[in-house]
Ligand binder design. Sequence first.
Ligand SMILES: Nc1nc2c(c(=O)[nH]1)N[C@H]1C(S)=C(S)[C@@H](COP(=O)(O)O)O[C@H]1N2
Ligand SMILES: [Mo]
Length: 554
Amino acid sequence: MQAVHPFSRKQRFGIGFLAGLIAGVIASIVMLILSVTFNGVSLPEAAGATFTALIPLPVFAYLHQVIGGDAKHYLFYGILVGQFLVFALSGGLCNLVTASPRFVKDSASQEQLHWLVGIALAFILWLLTGLLFLPFAGAGIFGSGLVIGVGNTMISLAIVGLVFALLFVYIQNWLVQYSLEKQEAAQEAGREGALENGLSRRTLIGSSLALIGLGALGVAAWRFITGEGPSTALPGAVQGYKSKIVPPPQPNYGTIQPVANLSAEITPNDQYYIVSKNLVSDPVVNGATWNLTVEGEVAHPFTLTYNELMALPRKQQYESMMCISNDVGGEYMSSALWEGIPLANLLQRAGGTTAGATKVVLYAVDDYSDSIHLSKALESTTLVAVKMNGATLPTGHGFPARLLVPGIYGMKHVKWINRIRVVHEDYQGYWQVRGWSDPAPIRMTARIDTPLTGSLLPANKPAYVAGVAFSGNKGISEVDVSFDGGHSWQKATLKQPLSNLTWVLWEVPWQPAVGKYTVVARAIDMEGNVQDPQIAPPLPDGSTGYHAIDIIVQ
Ligand SMILES: Nc1nc2c(c(=O)[nH]1)N[C@H]1C(S)=C(S)[C@@H](COP(=O)(O)O)O[C@H]1N2
Ligand SMILES: [Mo]
């Protein structure tokens, strides 16, 4: 028996294409969300690196000059749109295949897809992606070459496939229903041959373009809000990775040649990074009326004026700070010579803490607060700072007083403090109740300051790769630089740091031949801990992964 179709082949393809596209855009967004939240695979990201490598150098250099440093972003969106189209095409093809007489049993329900058909389609796509696309993109069978591993790749692709399958079938059946109703209406109106009314080619092309644009825009907005967006760790850097070197390396101290863009060892106050929760304006405190109270689980609470605080013995300390929301390679890192009163001295002045005290809470005039453990509060390097690089603490950095607590992230360095309270309970601060780490130890990082990523360098001319490395309070014993994406490493020269609480300047001479290079840096601390190559976003514990830059040498 030959089934009669109310739709032409073209129309069937069109309906499937549109349903596949809508479902594909949503499934792609789910894929990207999974990749940042649960280490799922991001196909545009996994394929991007390989496609850049496949482009011949002259073409790459040309594109780079025309598009600028943003070439990678365009590639990402190019692959993403390609992914939308693959979903759409598979939907269209699926509809053609299922329309063949073999699949059609009775003509009443023939146009409605069973959800099992969607699952079968998703399964085919899942296999093709894992067995063909990923290996071709250099990521190995089912992502075996990716840091996230085969398990995460298989599962995240399966979830994305499932989302696609169910949405595709649902939307497809809805579109069919909609088109049939439109056809009937047209026929009743006496317009025979008005079959095209269901879903005209113009509507199809128009809505497809709008959908693709909307999908890409949505992803762009989302990546803008969440920062750089998902990325995959360098496979080369992960192979043979050892988390600890015993005994720790001997630092290779030497002279650092001055080069453009390398960070100054001490950041001038007006260039020191500024972060605060206050969107509109930071508090401007009047030192003449300001007080600092020490209270809670202490023997003798007391309050000091600014002059009384300034009369107490002070200590100088070189310390670098980093914001927990800093991306690897990011700008929210600076270094200064601070001067302040050890917090332990203030607690001692209060007659010491009572039994059972566990934490110290710092309250600020902008309704910000955070806490540190009592043991951290008593460390000799934990200061109530009143000076920065020899100057009175600037307003933006917390005048009249801020906390300095080396080894943990900037968020714990509470600015504009006016109350220090010792408590029994496990107090959670402003950012902790919003999901950020409470202990918040700094995660070691190395940043390449120069050359800038995407630079064109002349071939066979001496140059330097240089930057900073920071571990919080564990010092830096070694910085390694790779010119081949993390497969082989070379030791950098370190500038002996001003203290073991600061970042360390490092440098490597480089005279490259013509080619494309992925330059990577990693650090090792004084205990022999090696920087973590696994990529983590800043939330909740601070970012990890290696800073990598792309350089073209001509
Ligand atoms: N009172 C108050 N202190 C604060 C903040 C804030 O919003 N309010 N932000 C914290 C964060 S997140 C960081 S990274 C550091 C930044 O210090 P800086 O601006 O001096 O570099 O201050 C911390 N101290
Ligand atoms: Mo921060």
